[in-house]
Design a protein around this ligand. Structure first.
Ligand SMILES: NC(=O)c1ccc[n+]([C@@H]2O[C@H](COP(=O)([O-])OP(=O)(O)OC[C@H]3O[C@@H](n4cnc5c(N)ncnc54)[C@H](O)[C@@H]3O)[C@@H](O)[C@H]2O)c1
Length: 468
């Protein structure tokens, strides 16, 4: 297929990747028709609805509304869209499979395999199949094998890896101005690589579109996520030292980040990282290393996950040391933010879930508020034990959540939390009122002046004898 002949693209998977990616491609390539398909009819209906889209991303509504019905379509008719497509993007979920005995975990590729079988069954003309999902090395060859075995004779297939590097919360911006577009292919797939590159060339500068081998592209995505998560765990490990010695992690991060060899991004200490990708992709990398006999490599990356869990546990331990006996007696804790980061309503692997679970286990009652996460989604992410249910209130604003609470625990740095009327918050809370800031999003000295006992990640506090 030549670059100029790309007319129809089908994306299987209408999630956090498939939806925004196809919408931005449609915006930038008015001459190409994009159809996003999914087996989840409810999700497709939401993408087609005039009300809220199924996912929240800043700027996404506008892009979808401008292209939907022109060159952007959402459908459950997977076979028809695949049969008509020159390029099929696979953006289905690739969750962790069942854990084995060793470190890490194999990726569950059943959705990818099912998509490959669908393409093989319905495609009647040359089709480029593109992995956008994050997959372990070798998945492209697995897909190619299915297409060779099950595809119609004479239909030519090419398999490419085009991993998606968007970050939730800034997906539209990232897609409009990607740092790089990676297109990996096996020997002989150069025409297919050029065809996919021609789609991106509508808006991405040529020097940012990089072609490479299939395995390198697949591994690049796992490695990028592992390196980003490693920076968070590294700075979080230093935050523990700061709390012990009386240093301030904000100063230490700044000093390190000003070194041009290090750079300042992803050096922000917090209660821990979350999201659907970091944990799963590191588990996949660890499993890959284990399966290659690279045990020291596997252990090295596994430590990034261990540090993340211990950071969350340490944060709750600080809360428990400060207000412990009151928690046992059923004190209410206001949880501000439940999404794994600001700018998204996604709660997959959010650190808020283990924090809430540990607080409930201590005996606390919780009043939870997040501006973008629906109440049902919060309840689904909490432990199923029925005796916890009556101890959780989901609130419709921050002031409702803090009323009567002994402590505020900030778990997502939504900008609206920094601009709350904190004097009013103080007046609504039981005294003495604590604030535990899991993201350094609040002005702790200003809170102290208002009468709070403010405790922040990565800085020692002197409010309580047992609390460093
Ligand atoms: N979420 C992110 O920020 C992000 C970023 C980069 C890469 N990724 C990767 O992209 C992939 C998709 O992630 P996501 O967050 O969009 O997942 P998601 O769960 O939001 O969406 C996946 C969609 O695929 C659909 N699906 C699954 N199997 C299907 C099938 N056989 N036929 C039709 N539809 C099917 C599901 O119904 C779901 O709507 C994953 O591999 C993920 O690791 C995610």
């Amino acid at each position: 297929m030549t670059a100029a002949s790309v007319r129809r693209v089908c994306c299987i998977g209408a999630g956090y990747v498939g939806g925004p990616t196809s919408a931005v491609m449609a915006l930038k390539c008015p001459g190409i028709q994009f159809t996003v398909v999914d087996s989840d009819a409810g999700r497709i209906a939401a993408w087609n609805s005039a009300a809220a889209l199924p996912i929240y991303e800043p700027g996404l509504d506008e892009v979808v509304r401008s292209q939907r019905g022109r060159n952007l379509w959402f459908s459950t008719d997977i076979d028809a869209a695949v049969a008509a497509a020159d390029i099929v993007l696979l953006a289905v979920n690739t969750p962790l499979g069942p854990r084995g005995a060793g470190l890490g975990g194999a990726t569950d590729l059943s959705a990818i395999e099912q998509c490959a079988r669908t393409v093989a069954r319905v495609a009647r003309r040359p089709t480029i199949v593109v992995e956008k999902s994050t997959v372990p090395c070798g998945t492209g060859e697995l897909i190619a094998g299915i297409l060779r075995r099950d595809g119609r004779p004479g239909v030519g297939f090419s398999v490419l890896s085009n991993p998606e590097f968007l970050s939730e919360g800034t997906a539209v911006r990232d897609l409009l101005r990607p740092d790089r577009v990676i297109i990996g292919g096996l020997d002989g797939s150069e025409d297919a690589q050029r065809a996919l590159a021609s789609v991106y060339a509508h808006w991405v500068p040529q020097e940012r579109i990089v072609t490479m081998g299939l395995w390198s592209a697949e591994l690049a995505k796992l490695a990028a996520n592992a390196l980003l998560a490693q920076r968070v765990s590294s700075i979080n490990s230093i935050s523990a030292v700061c709390e012990a010695v009386g240093a301030d992690i904000a100063d230490v991060s700044r000093a390190c980040g000003m070194d041009s060899r290090i750079g300042g991004r992803f050096l922000h200490a917090s209660v821990g990282f979350g999201g659907s990708c970091f944990h799963k992709d590191i588990m996949g990398l660890v499993w890959l290393a284990e399966s290659l006999g690279l045990h020291d490599v596997a252990e090295y990356w596994d430590q990034v996950l261990q540090m993340n869990s211990s950071q969350t546990a340490r944060f709750v331990a600080r809360i428990a040391r400060a207000v412990g006996c009151d928690l046992d007696a059923g004190a209410e804790v206001a949880v501000l933010g439940f999404a794994y980061k600001a700018g998204t309503g996604d709660t997959r692997n959010t650190p808020a879930a283990p924090v809430c679970e540990r607080l409930l286990a201590q005996g606390a009652r919780l009043a939870i508020y997040d501006p973008k996460v629906p109440a049902r989604q919060i309840r689904d992410a909490l432990p199923a034990e029925s005796h916890y249910h009556h101890r959780v209130r989901i609130c419709s604003d921050a002031y409702e959540a803090v009323a009567g609470a002994r402590a505020v625990v900030l778990l997502t740095p939504w900008p609206e939390f920094a601009t709350l009327d904190w004097a009013r918050v103080h007046g609504l809370m039981a005294q003495p009122a604590y604030v535990f800031d899991g993201h350094r999003a609040l002005d702790a000295p200003a809170l102290d002046r208002l009468g709070f006992r403010a405790v922040s990640v990565g800085v020692r506090t002197t409010h309580h004898p047992k609390l460093k």
